[in-house]
Design a protein around this ligand. Structure first.
Ligand code: THU
Length: 160
């Protein structure tokens, strides 16, 4: 029997003003994207903004549906949109933020498992790390250097 230990390091920025300026404006795009969420059921608005190596920014927000599983998270709306609009561009940075119509969201909100899986495949495909910043509505911002770091032992196309 052997053991395998995997560890991840995050950076934590206490406030938005600590972010590098390009990331600060990307996060501003994510904040604006929150307002485009269609979240009448969860009342939880998520915004995502993606910076590409062609300097374009692609945004997404969660889009819910009365048939609940038919809805889609902000991160996948954004990344699929980026893939469809700019199939040859590489993704540099993703910024995510969430707010609730019911309470203040003060903790950084990490992407769900399905979104990690989807985003991680774009990272493998482009063979270059994607940095990920996520926050709530206020408070600290967390940064992961890559998608692989937040999805250890990911399922990949090489497993098929
Ligand atoms: N949501 C996202 O947009 N991203 C995530 O990573 C987690 C959850 C959305 C889905 C749903 O519309 C609402 O937040 C509550 O789960």
């Amino acid at each position: 029997m052997k053991e395998l230990t995997l560890s991840t390091t995050f950076k934590i920025y206490e406030q938005l003003s600590e972010l590098p300026s390009a990331v600060f404006s990307l996060m501003e795009s994510a904040v604006a994207a929150r307002d485009t969420a269609y979240a009448p059921y969860s009342k939880f608005n998520v915004g995502a903004a993606i910076l590409l190596d062609n300097n374009k920014v692609v945004i997404g927000s969660n889009q819910e549906n009365a048939a609940y599983p038919s809805g889609l998270c902000a991160e996948r709306v954004a990344i699929f949109q980026a893939g469809a609009l700019y199939p040859n561009a590489k993704i540099k940075t993703i910024a995510i933020t969430a707010t609730s119509q019911n309470h203040k969201v003060s903790l950084p909100i990490p992407p769900c498992g399905a979104c990690r899986q989807s985003m991680a495949e774009y990272e493998s495909r482009q063979n270059e790390k994607i940095e990920l910043y996520f926050m709530g509505e206020e408070g600290a911002i967390m940064k992961s250097e890559s998608l692989a770091d937040i999805l250890p032992l990911m399922f990949e196309k090489s497993h098929l």
